[in-house]
Write a protein that binds this ligand. Structure first.
Ligand SMILES: [Zn+2]
Ligand SMILES: [Zn+2]
Ligand SMILES: [Zn+2]
Ligand SMILES: [Zn+2]
Length: 195
C-alpha cells in the first residue's frame, strides 16, 4: 500500500541531515510529535500523523483521534480508516531543503536529498598539505589548529617535497642533456650511414 518512491525521503527526514528553506504549514505537521509528518497518514477528520507516531498512540491510548478527540473515534490502521496520505507525502517531497553538513551549500527538493547526503563530504576537508603527504581529514575550523599545532611535521613535509622537486628537476635536466646527446649522435650516425 505504501509507495516506495518516498522511502529515501523518509530516511533523510529521520536523519535530520537537512534544513528546510521554507515554512512548513501546520497541515503537514504530525498531530502527535508536531514535526513534519514522516510517512504521513491521515484520519477521516483530516488530522495527519507520522506512521510511527499514530501506531504507538493507538497501541497505548484509546482509539479517539489525538487531534479532534471524541468527534473522530475508532481509529485503526488495520480497519483502514487511517490511510496513507499520498497527497501530503507528494507535497512534502517537493519542499526545498539544504544539506545541514558544515561547509556544504547543496540544496534540492527533499526527495532528491538522500543521494547527496549519502555522499556528502561537506563536513570534511583534507589538510592543505595533503599533496605533500599529510593524510589528516578535518573540519575547516580545526584546520588552522592542526597546521599550527603540527608545525614541525608540516615543515618537514614541505622540505621533503622541495627536495623531491629539486631532484626531479635535476633528473629532467639530465635526461634532456642525454636526449640531446642521443639525438645528436643519431644524427651523426644517420649522416655517416648515408655515405
Ligand atoms: Zn509524528
Ligand atoms: Zn482528528
Ligand atoms: Zn552536503
Ligand atoms: Zn596536515
Amino acid at each position: 500500500m505504501i509507495s516506495c518512491k518516498y522511502e529515501k525521503m523518509w530516511s533523510v527526514m529521520r536523519s535530520n541531515r537537512v534544513v528546510f528553506l521554507e515554512t512548513i504549514g501546520d497541515e503537514y505537521k504530525c498531530w502527535i510529535c508536531k514535526n513534519l509528518s514522516i510517512e504521513a497518514h491521515r484520519a477521516p477528520c483530516g488530522c495527519r500523523f507520522c506512521l510511527e507516531c499514530i501506531k504507538s498512540y493507538l497501541k497505548k491510548e484509546n482509539t479517539c483521534c489525538p487531534g479532534t478527540r471524541e468527534s473522530c473515534k475508532e481509529l485503526s490502521i488495520e480497519k483502514g480508516n487511517v490511510l496513507f496520505d499520498e497527497e501530503a507525502n507528494e507535497n512534502i517531497s517537493k519542499f526545498v531543503v539544504r544539506c545541514s553538513a558544515k561547509h556544504c551549500e547543496f540544496q534540492d527538493f527533499l526527495i532528491q536529498m538522500e543521494d547527496h547526503t549519502r555522499d556528502c563530504r561537506g563536513t570534511e576537508r583534507r589538510c592543505r598539505y595533503f599533496n605533500m603527504g599529510c593524510n589528516k581529514v578535518l573540519d575547516k575550523d580545526e584546520e588552522l589548529d592542526h597546521v599550527i599545532g603540527d608545525n614541525n611535521f608540516h615543515t618537514k613535509l614541505i622540505k621533503d617535497f622541495m627536495e623531491h622537486m629539486k631532484k626531479d628537476m635535476e633528473l629532467t635536466k639530465m635526461e634532456n642533456r642525454y636526449l640531446n646527446f642521443d639525438l645528436k649522435s643519431k644524427h651523426v650516425r644517420q649522416i655517416s650511414d648515408s655515405f
